[in-house]
Design a binder for this molecule. Structure first.
Ligand SMILES: Nc1ncnc2c1ncn2[C@@H]1O[C@H](COP(=O)(O)OP(=O)(O)O)[C@@H](O)[C@H]1O
Ligand SMILES: [Mg+2]
Length: 161
């Protein structure tokens, strides 16, 4: 079990936090790790455009693969280029093609939508998957820093017994 792990990596702080989690599993279960990045494209009026170049995507995946290899784990990277709107499907296709038996991903990603418990890609992958999906809810560094910032004193009644 968990011999072939896929980490879905979009470069967000959430997915960066998922890497050490995947590394721990891989060390424990003697697994290899596949870092999957799907190049997302936005649809403009007439054209499909992306701010991410193929070189950016390769570099992103390469850095993650290096981090995993540095821990002594067999790792490789894969970039899927899908056009628009099929990120979760691409993740599942890569998982199926590589006999993956565990998917590790962040709970959130690059979107700046506040208040969402679960990003849409994570939501879709959980729905589509027929293998275990580990959603790492460790929060991103940015969010942890925000929490560490001084907060207004909470007002409330003190109830004693
Ligand atoms: N393009 C992508 N390629 C690979 N993994 C992705 C991609 N987009 C999202 N993920 C995975 O899904 C997780 C949640 O991201 P997502 O559902 O897109 O949330 P958000 O809506 O906040 O962007 C990420 O932490 C990452 O593990
Ligand atoms: Mg996203």
């Amino acid at each position: 079990m968990f011999k072939h792990i896929l980490v879905a990596f979009d470069g967000s702080t959430y997915s960066q936090q998922a890497l050490p989690t995947a590394i721990e599993f891989a060390l424990k279960f003697d697994s290899d790790v596949l870092v999957e990045h799907v190049s997302e494209h936005d649809r403009g009026r007439a054209v499909v455009y992306s701010s991410e170049s193929p070189a950016d995507a390769t570099r992103l995946v390469g850095d993650a693969v290096k981090q995993i290899r540095d821990a002594g784990i067999t790792a490789k990277g894969h970039v899927s280029d899908v056009g628009t709107g099929h990120v979760a499907k691409a993740i599942m296709e890569t998982a199926n093609a590589n006999n993956i038996d565990l998917i590790v991903m962040g709970s959130r990603g690059l979107s700046d939508v506040q208040g969402l418990l679960l990003g849409s890609i994570t939501h879709k992958v959980i729905q589509m998957a027929t293998i275990p999906v580990l959603v790492d809810r460790t929060r991103g560094v940015k969010e942890l820093n925000a929490e560490a910032a001084p907060q207004a004193t909470r007002k409330g009644a003190l109830v004693t017994g």
